[in-house]
Design a protein around this ligand. Structure first.
Ligand code: TRP
Length: 335
């Protein structure tokens, strides 16, 4: 068996700005428990990032703990990976300040996510929203990871992180490890139940199934799922002509481990009236243990506290080593 120290390091941050939904679960999240076997993983709740958009303090606090509990319930065993809360490790904000001085205004102006968010939150285009990619670069570089798993929306930020690290190394020598983006096995791309041409997201609540939804709510959402107006009302995988049905087949397949062909056969000759509730049932059963375990963990405050405290302690130890090195290189007097 491979020893802990020979494993490659992987790191990812998740914003506690909302609840997890089925698209998150059947997409990347389902593969994470396997990743923690293969890599030395750091996962943190990026609460410093989340306040770039105005938050209700009580909601942010609750969502942070809820997300932590959900991740553990989904199989991120805190004994096998490092789980922590970003604001508990002060080195993130400190390295971000230094790296702000090695990141160009022009570079940040080109970030498409900044442009999008600035347009969406025109009343609050704050400096944090602008320098957010620098904080993200710091999150990454503190832990010297080999890989950072990224979705499409974060690719540009990882590229910027690499540019900043290379610039810094160009001046001071090999200080920061330049990470590679890790294109994770995508898993299923789940779409909204009532608008199947867009991906499932919390911005369309009726078409979105949350991990902690009650079974009756899940059943209702699937009963109302959009299928199609195809005259041939059969369960057949045809994403072009029948995007709603294709989405449901994909969900059912992901939830049961069946292939699309097996799903088509199972519902051959049966209408959507039988198919939709069956998908709902499969999802209810898939999510039930996760919801129950999350609820149990949320009641066990002492356990959650022990997890995030141990995580922060381990993370700080590593982060501090990098920060010290950086401080020394730029010429700060050692204390
Ligand atoms: N910016 C990421 C997002 O919005 C979250 C994040 C913050 C992150 N820091 C990170 C992801 C470091 C990977 C590595 O989804």
């Amino acid at each position: 068996m491979e020893g802990q120290e020979t494993k490659k390091v992987m790191l990812s941050g998740i914003q506690p700005s909302g609840k997890l939904h089925l698209g998150n679960y059947l997409g990347p999240l389902q593969h994470w428990p396997r990743m923690i076997e293969d890599f030395d993983c750091y996962f943190f709740l990026a609460d410093l990032h989340t306040i770039t958009v105005r938050q209700e303090p009580a909601d942010l606090r609750r969502q942070t703990l809820e997300l932590l509990a959900s991740y553990i319930a989904c199989g991120l065993d805190p004994e096998k990976c490092t789980l922590f809360i970003q604001s508990h490790v002060h080195q993130h904000a400190e390295l971000a300040w230094v790296l702000n001085c090695y990141t160009m205004f022009g570079e940040l102006s080109r970030m498409t996510q900044f442009k999008d968010k600035a347009a969406k939150h025109a009343e609050n285009v704050n400096a944090g929203l602008f320098t957010y990619p620098v904080l993200m670069a710091s999150d990454i570089l503190l832990y010297q990871p080999d890989y950072v798993p990224v979705g499409d929306d974060q690719k540009q930020h990882v590229e910027l992180c690499r540019d900043v690290a290379n610039r810094f190394n160009g001046v001071y020598g090999d200080v920061l490890r330049v990470p590679e983006p890790y294109i994770a096995k995508v898993g299923a791309r789940i779409r909204s139940l009532n608008m199947p041409d867009t991906k499932m997201s919390k911005s369309i609540p009726e078409g979105c199934v949350y991990l902690l939804d009650r079974p009756e709510d899940i059943a209702r959402k699937f009963k109302r799922a959009v299928t199609d107006s195809d005259t041939e009302r059969c369960v057949r995988y045809d994403p072009e002509r029948k995007p709603g049905v294709a989405n449901l087949i994909q969900i059912y397949a992901a939830a049961t481990g069946k292939t699309y062909e097996e799903v088509e056969q199972e519902f051959d000759g049966k209408g959507y009236g039988a198919f939709k509730p069956a998908v709902g049932e499969a999802v209810i059963e898939t999510l039930r243990p996760i919801r129950e375990e999350t609820e149990r963990l949320l009641k066990d405050k002492a356990y959650l506290e022990s997890v995030y405290r141990a995580g922060a302690e381990k993370a700080s130890y590593i982060a501090e080593k990098t920060l010290r090195k950086v401080y020394k290189k730029v010429g700060f007097v050692q204390r």
